[in-house]
Design a protein around this ligand. Structure first.
Ligand code: F6R
Length: 363
């Protein structure tokens, strides 16, 4: 079953190119054109979106927010499901609730769906599990095709959730006419090539994970920093590392460092910087520079030829260059491997971290 891998987490990380490819198949044609008519929800009249999810799926939702707001100019709120249900949320029948859940059985997410239905929202479920509870509570379903995910820490399900959120953003942009068609198709074509880019990332970083994990030998905590779309990547990187290694980790928007968390920084608190592209790359660089000046050992996820990132960091985990919005689909991968490697180096059971269950069916 493990097909030569030592554990499911590593196997599932390596299955990501195929998982994303299956998830895009039939929804994106060779020219970059989108077909999401299967969603079963009429997207034309939607005026706002509320994404509800837990944990890793919540991070996929945050990435979806960036994509939908930027491409389709539709306001998106993203809620941790357990907060949503008690928050007296605002919405009506022109609200689309998007519930993201690998298992489709998460009690908090199901309850958030019920809350949204209560004010007349349409519900679209993004799930990896056909026939799961959430599919029965929804108006429409978009399945992720990650295949069974056995390791408790979610990896391939996450990337397929992000891929579906991007498809949804492109479809909403098409329906709403918010982007020139050529631009939409170009993004669609880039998305279609993502499975290859994920494979390229796996190949690029493989030889560097030992060195990166080495920085955690006597780490007491760790900070993951990013801005814009790289911020949810940082959050997910921190969640992954904390859940499998038990090292306290925090994901932060890099620009917030000076407002508090920089107090944590010392040589036993490795800083992981997700550089991203565009204007925010430079801002991130200068935020990370401040942590390095205070003794932090820095790992960066950056383009191969990013000389500034290389100068700042002890280890650079290289990722292929992509349009800014799509970067998270590759930048997340080295952080999954980092979590895996650090936990293995500590002799921990990566597939079954203590205190955690694969699906959380209690409130
Ligand atoms: C983290 C992780 C959890 C789940 C969360 C939601 O690696 O696996 O945070 O993402 O419990 O589970 P689903 O997606 O099944 O609703």
């Amino acid at each position: 079953e493990l097909g030569g891998y030592e554990d499911y987490m590593l196997k599932e990380i390596h299955e990501q190119p195929a998982a994303v490819q299956r998830t895009l198949a039939g929804r994106l044609d060779a020219g970059g054109g989108i077909d999401l008519s299967e969603s079963g929800v009429d997207l034309a009249g939607i005026q706002r979106i509320a994404v509800v999810a837990c944990g890793t799926a919540y991070h996929a939702g945050l990435l979806g927010k960036y994509a939908i707001e930027r491409l389709a100019r539709l306001p998106v709120e993203v809620w941790v499901a357990s907060e949503y249900r008690y928050a007296h949320p605002i919405g009506d029948d022109r609200t689309l609730a998007v519930a993201i859940s690998q298992s489709g059985e998460t009690t908090d997410t199901l309850a958030a769906v019920e809350t949204a239905r209560g004010f007349g929202a349409k519900v679209l479920a993004i799930t990896n599990t056909q026939g799961s509870l959430i599919t029965r509570e929804s108006d429409g379903i978009l399945l992720t095709a990650a295949g069974p995910e056995i390791a408790v820490a979610s990896t391939k399900a996450f990337l397929t959730q992000v891929a579906v959120m991007y498809l949804l953003a492109l479809e909403l942009a098409r329906v709403r006419g918010t982007l020139p068609e050529e631009e939409l198709l170009a993004l669609g074509r880039e998305l279609r090539r993502i499975p290859e880019r994920i494979q390229e990332t796996l190949d690029l970083v493989q030889g560097r994970m030992g060195e990166a994990a080495g920085l955690y030998e006597d780490a007491r905590s760790s900070l993951f920093l990013g801005r814009g779309v790289s911020y949810p990547v940082a959050l997910e990187g921190a969640l992954k590392l904390k859940e499998v290694s038990y090292i306290p980790c925090e994901g932060y928007p890099a620009g917030e460092m000076k407002h508090g968390p920089i107090a944590l920084v010392d040589e036993r608190c490795p800083v992981v910087a997700v550089m991203g592209r565009g204007v925010l790359r430079e801002k991130t660089l200068s935020n990370v520079e401040e942590t390095a000046a205070r003794g932090a050992r820095v790992i960066s996820v950056a383009a191969r030829d990013d000389a500034d990132a290389a100068r700042l960091s002890e280890v650079l985990l290289p990722v292929p260059e992509l349009p800014e919005l799509l970067g998270p689909l590759v930048a997340s991968v080295p952080l999954q491997l980092l979590a895996y490697r650090v936990a293995r180096d500590r002799g921990l059971d990566v597939d079954k971290p203590r205190n955690l269950a694969k699906s959380v069916t209690v409130e």
